[in-house]
Design a protein around this ligand. Structure first.
Ligand code: ADP
Length: 263
């Protein structure tokens, strides 16, 4: 059941989206009431990226209603862009390697200001606050091409949070990170959520890193198969709907990805 949230959250009601004749989302409905930390979970091709694109107004649904803090992403993009930090899949838009982390973050902040734009004390403060929030203050003068994947992710997140978004929408930010970096990034997002009140929607194939704080999970495979707290959603029956090839070994249900669920 979708709540009427208005400006206090996100509502998606009976949304369909397609590419040419291929239906990528079918009758998708859910609501998230702020504050939320939510995971979009589903196999490859489930429509996670498509749903994120609908939420940021990059894709027009065939039908249905989408409200992000009371704004229509298609017709009120400018108002919404001030509230939403969108991080596409890593590698989709890599910033220039020849700038320093501090300049990337300053550019993030200055993008919210009208020209002429100067690097003032205020900008320096936002840069150092944002870098502290992601644990990169000691690397502020490093060039992007000298960073590991995990550090680059954190630098991009710092440049996004410098704009003080209300919502971070991250498309598979954990992909291509090693196990420790995945844990660190999930932890960092939780800290932003708890300390700064940033709402989070993250598409992912992996949930182990987030299991201990029991986030909201939206399990999709073109349709919403289940949504609610992770502990409610991650039942064998629900997972089997999304991942038909799961198998059971010694009482554990094993997915092709990283989830193991006890019966
Ligand atoms: P996910 O992010 O869960 O892997 P996507 O949203 O990327 O899934 O894709 C959902 C479906 O839509 C897939 O079948 C995919 O092949 C298709 N699709 C995605 N983008 C395009 C596109 N630009 N043109 C045609 N089909 C697309």
């Amino acid at each position: 059941m979708v709540e009427q949230l208005g400006r206090s959250g996100i509502e998606v009601v009976d949304v369909y989206a397609s590419y040419d004749n291929h239906l990528a989302l079918e009758s998708v409905s859910f609501s998230l009431n702020s504050p939320f930390y939510s995971l979009l979970l589903g196999p490859n091709g489930a429509g996670k990226t498509t749903l994120i694109k609908v939420l940021v107004g990059l894709l027009k649904p065939l039908k249905g209603r989408v409200s992000v803090y009371g704004f229509n992403p298609l017709t009120e993009k400018n108002s919404l862009s001030k509230l939403v930090g969108y991080l596409p899949q890593p590698g989709t838009s890599r910033p220039s390697s020849f700038i320093k982390i501090r300049d990337l973050v300053a550019m993030g902040y200055l993008s919210t200001k009208r020209p002429p734009r100067f690097v003032s004390d205020e900008v320096e403060k936002v840069v150092s606050d944002s870098l502290r929030a992601v644990g990169l203050e000691d690397l502020a003068d490093r060039y992007l091409n000298s960073l590991s994947s995990g550090e680059l992710h954190r630098a991009i997140i710092a440049s996004t949070i410098a704009r003080s978004p209300r919502l971070l929408l991250l498309d598979e930010p954990l992909a291509s990170l090693d196990f420790n970096s995945k844990c660190e990034l999930a932890e960092l997002l939780l800290k932003l959520h708890r300390d700064r009140g940033v709402d989070i929607i993250m598409s992912t194939h992996e949930i182990t890193h987030c299991a201990y704080f029991n986030p909201v999970v939206i399990l999709i495979n073109r349709k919403v198969l289940a949504y609610g707290s992770m502990r409610e959603v991650l039942t064998v029956d629900n997972l089997r709907k999304a991942y038909p090839s799961i198998t059971e070994v010694s009482g554990l249900t094993i997915l092709a990805e990283d989830h193991a669920v006890k019966r």
